[in-house]
Design a protein around this ligand. Structure first.
Ligand SMILES: [Mn+2]
Length: 441
C-alpha cells in the first residue's frame, strides 16, 4: 500500500478500534459509495464492531440534522464529505471521512479525513472511495484482502478503468490476481446468449442504432453474414476477429472516444468467487443505488444470495432504461456546453457519460438536469482533453450552483449540483458562461 495512504488511514483505523458504541456509517448511494460502505461494514463486523449504515443520495443539511438528532458516538462517512466541510462542521459528533472527491476548504476539527488528494494520490483515477476503504480495511485486518473484488467494482463504478487501472487501484488488482480472486481474460466485452442479444444489449460499447434495438442488431449481423441466433459462446477465432473489426469501425464511424475504442481490447476482469466480472459486479451495485434500493446493493455485496438475485434483476432493468434513454436523448448545444433535460434523475449522469464517450461532440461538456424531491439535480461530464485544458467541472458546478441558490461539487471530469427547481435556465446560462471563460471560447 502506498505509504501516504497507509499513514493517512492509520489514525482512522485506531479511532475505529477504540469505538465502544456502534459506528454510524453514512455512504454515498452510487456504486463506489455502496462498495466502500460494504467494505467498511464487513471490516467493522470482522473486528467485532457494531455499525448502523445508511446510504444517501448526497450529503445535505437534512442528513446532518438527522445525525445530530441521533447523537451517535462516532460517524464514518464514505464517498462523500470532503466536498462539504461547512456541513461537517455542523455535526456535533466526531467523524471520520473516507473520500476521493476534491476537498473544498479546511477539514473541521471534529473530523479525521482519509482523502485521496490529501494523501498525494489522484482521486480521479488512482483511488476511489472503495479503494481507500479497502486500504483502511487492510489496516484493520489482513483477512480483509478478500474484499479486493468489491474495491475494484467501486473503482470501476467511478470509471477508473478507462486508461487501464493505475496507482493504488492497479496494486489492488495485482493483489487480487495473486490471491486468485481475479482472472484477466481476453475476450470481446459482450454478454448474452445469442449474437443478436449481445449486440442489442450492449451498453458498453454503446452501438448507435444497434444497442437497445433488436431489429437493428439482427440486421447488422446479417450484413456481416452472421446468423443473429448463433450462440455468442460458440463464435470461432475467425468470427471473433470479424466481429471485432466491425466493432472498431462502428465505434470510429459513430465518433466514439479513443478510450472507449481501446476498451474493446482491454482484458476482461473475471471474479471466480463472484461468478461474474468486475464490470458486472459494478453494474449490479450501481443499479441497486440508482433504482433506490441500496439495502439490496449492500446485501448483495456482503454475499447474500437473495440480494444477488434481486441485484441481477435491477441490473437488467437499469440497463434497459439506459438503452432506452440513450436512443432518444437530444442534447441542446450552447456556446460552450451541451445539455438535456430529463425526467429521471437516476439516469442523467450515466446518460451524459455514455453519450459523451460514444457519440457526442467531446469538445463540449455534457450536462443533464432532472427533478428529484422538489429540487433540480444536475450531472455534468467532460472529456479528458477538456480537463487537460484546465476545465474543472467541480469548480464550475460549485460556483454556478452557488450563484443560483444551490450547491455543487465533485471531480474535474464529473461533477454535480442541486438547485431550486425554477433555476434551471439561469443555471445553464451561468455554466455556459463559466465554461466558455475557462476554455477561452
Ligand atoms: Mn466515488
Amino acid at each position: 500500500m502506498p505509504q501516504p495512504i497507509a499513514a493517512a488511514a492509520q489514525p482512522l483505523a485506531d479511532r475505529l478500534r477504540q469505538a465502544e458504541q456502534p459506528v454510524r456509517l453514512i455512504g454515498h448511494y452510487d456504486c463506489d459509495g455502496l462498495t466502500s460502505s460494504a467494505i467498511l461494514a464487513r471490516a467493522l463486523q470482522r473486528s467485532g464492531q457494531r455499525f448502523h449504515l445508511t446510504n444517501v443520495v448526497a450529503l445535505t443539511p437534512a442528513v446532518i440534522e438527522q445525525l445530530n438528532s441521533e447523537a451517535p458516538a462516532l460517524v464514518l462517512f464514505t464517498d462523500l464529505g470532503s466536498g462539504y466541510p461547512e456541513l461537517l462542521a455542523q455535526l456535533k459528533a466526531p467523524a471520520l471521512v473516507v473520500d476521493h472527491h476534491l476537498p473544498q476548504g479546511e477539514t473541521p476539527p471534529n473530523v479525521l479525513e482519509l482523502n485521496a488528494h490529501k494523501a498525494g494520490v489522484d482521486g480521479n483515477c488512482e483511488a476511489s472511495a472503495a479503494s481507500l476503504a479497502f486500504a483502511l480495511a487492510l489496516i484493520l485486518g489482513e483477512a480483509n484482502r478478500d474484499l479486493a473484488p468489491v474495491a475494484l467494482a467501486g473503482a470501476w463504478g467511478d470509471r477508473m478503468y478507462l486508461d487501464g487501472l493505475v496507482g493504488w487501484n492497479r496494486t489492488i488488482a495485482d493483489m487480487a490476481v495473486e490471491d486468485k480472486y481475479l482472472n484477466k481474460t481476453s475476450r470481446l466485452p459482450l454478454a448474452g446468449e445469442t449474437l443478436a442479444e449481445a449486440l442489442a444489449g450492449s451498453l458498453e460499447p454503446y452501438l448507435v442504432g444497434v444497442s437497445g434495438n433488436p431489429a437493428g442488431a439482427a440486421e447488422a449481423l446479417r450484413e456481416l453474414e452472421f446468423d443473429p441466433a448463433a450462440a455468442l459462446g460458440e463464435l470461432d477465432a475467425e468470427g471473433t476477429a470479424r466481429l471485432a473489426d466491425w466493432l472498431v469501425l462502428k465505434l470510429l464511424e459513430q465518433g466514439a472516444g479513443k478510450q472507449q475504442r481501446a476498451q474493446l481490447f482491454a482484458p476482461q476482469l473475471d471474479l471466480p468467487q463472484w461468478g461474474c466480472s468486475v464490470e458486472e459486479l459494478a453494474a449490479m451495485a450501481d443499479a441497486c443505488g440508482r433504482l433506490g434500493d441500496t439495502s439490496t446493493g449492500i446485501a448483495m455485496l456482503l454475499g447474500s444470495p437473495s440480494g444477488r438475485e434481486r441485484a441481477e434483476v435491477y441490473a437488467r432493468e437499469h440497463r434497459e432504461q439506459l438503452l432506452e434513454q440513450l436512443a432518444h436523448v437530444e442534447f441542446e448545444r450552447g456556446r460552450a456546453i451541451q445539455h438535456f433535460r430529463g425526467d429521471n434523475a437516476a439516469l442523467k449522469g450515466t446518460v451524459c457519460t455514455l453519450a459523451l464517450g460514444y457519440f457526442l461532440d467531446r469538445s463540449l461538456p455534457a450536462i443533464g438536469l432532472a427533478p428529484r424531491d422538489g429540487k433540480l439535480i444536475v450531472s455534468s461530464r467532460a472529456a479528458p482533453q477538456l480537463v487537460a485544458q484546465g476545465l474543472s467541472l467541480a469548480e464550475v458546478m460549485a460556483q454556478a450552483a452557488g450563484a443560483c441558490g444551490g450547491q455543487g461539487g465533485g471531480h474535474a471530469q464529473a461533477a454535480g449540483a442541486s438547485l431550486p427547481p425554477e433555476k434551471g435556465d439561469e443555471f445553464i446560462d451561468v455554466v455556459d458562461r463559466l465554461v466558455a471563460d475557462r476554455l477561452g471560447l
